[in-house]
Design a protein around this ligand. Structure first.
Ligand SMILES: [Zn+2]
Length: 326
């Protein structure tokens, strides 16, 4: 019952939705619900997950096996080329061939100077601490909100700030670290220098090109297994909706895009959500926005498409939903 006090209900007007939309609530008698399950039902599986999360919270991140397991999950599940995931993996293990690592491995102390600033060239120096890296992270602070000055080892630092970032921002930060490492090699071996602005521009362009290359509108599956967009049947429009939840600010945003049978863009909307308590909450608001938008357009033949399986199953279900969102 504790969840009832922490749940912040969002009125239909909270994200500008139609109050007579598809998510009208109905009055049902009070009953006990298990709020750790998205359907409000107790199961041993969900209880195990809660126990695991509690044990993770009690352990310091770097010494926690489950904390590191989460870190590896984020790294290997990222939709990025293998070379970038491998670079992150080597950085976390502190086995990138930096001057400090090579000196440690050979048991001698040769030239330790960083080719950019002259400081001791360690993994953390290149990926986070030296002025060039700090300038790059600073330029990206609007997309990646975290404490770039944190005095933590790399695995702990990533655990702390990745847990509050959505997967695409985590992927972006991995590309930044790979670009910083590549830049260091270019400085050392090719004597080429970039400005922080140039590196940021390169990273953003790289992400954009990678996304485009892996989202061809042919209804295919890309090499990473992600489903691509496909045109709806003749005479039908397709409405895609998505919600993004930001854990740190208890808010997020919703987006809706409408395309016709040829894949031509017809309309879109994007709105900010000020109060939400979970990613599924925001996904539900996105689905409601999509339905409201479709009604305003005349309610023609339509296919709705979203990426939250739980939300779609809940909307299609005819049974009683015991979750806070039900
Ligand atoms: Zn340096």
């Amino acid at each position: 019952m504790e969840s009832a006090t922490s749940y912040v209900p969002v009125p239909a007007s909270g994200c500008g939705g139609d109050s007579q939309g598809a998510f009208e609530s109905s009055v049902s008698p009070d009953c006990l619900i298990w709020h750790f399950d998205h359907k409000g039902k107790f199961s041993v599986k969900s209880a195990y997950r809660v126990a695991l999360a509690l044990s993770t919270d009690l352990d310091p991140p770097s010494s926690s096996v489950s904390g590191m397991a989460q870190l590896w999950k984020w790294v290997w599940n990222a939709k990025l080329p293998k070379k970038i995931k491998l670079c992150t993996w080597r950085g976390i293990h502190d086995i990138l061939p930096t001057c400090c690592a090579l000196a440690k491995r050979r048991g001698s102390l040769p030239h330790l100077g960083c080719g950019v600033c002259g400081g001791a060239e360690s993994t953390l120096h290149i990926l986070r601490n030296y002025p060039f890296a700090q300038a790059v992270w600073c330029l990206l602070s609007g997309l990646l909100s975290f404490d770039r000055h944190a005095d933590l080892p790399l695995p702990d630092w990533l655990l702390v700030f990745w847990c509050e970032l959505p997967s695409d921002a985590r992927a972006l930060s991995m590309v930044v670290m790979w670009a910083l490492w590549s830049n260091q090699n270019d400085v050392t071996w090719r004597s080429t220098r970039r400005r922080p602005h140039d590196l940021v521009q390169f990273v953003l362009q790289y992400m954009e090109e990678f996304r485009c290359a892996n989202n061809q509108p042919t209804g295919c599956h890309d090499s990473l297994g992600a489903s691509c967009w496909s045109c709806p049947p003749s005479g039908t429009i397709k409405i895609n909706f998505v919600g993004a939840f930001h854990t740190g600010s208890t808010g997020g945003g919703v987006g809706v895009v409408i395309r016709d049978e040829n894949g031509q863009f017809l309309a879109s909307l994007a709105k900010r959500v000020l109060y939400a308590n979970s990613a599924e909450h925001v996904e539900c608001l996105a689905a409601r926005e999509a339905v409201g938008f479709w009604r305003k357009m005349g309610g023609q033949s339509v296919i709705f498409e979203g990426d939250s399986l739980n939300t779609i199953q809940d909307v299609l279900s005819s049974g009683v939903n015991l979750s806070p969102l039900g």
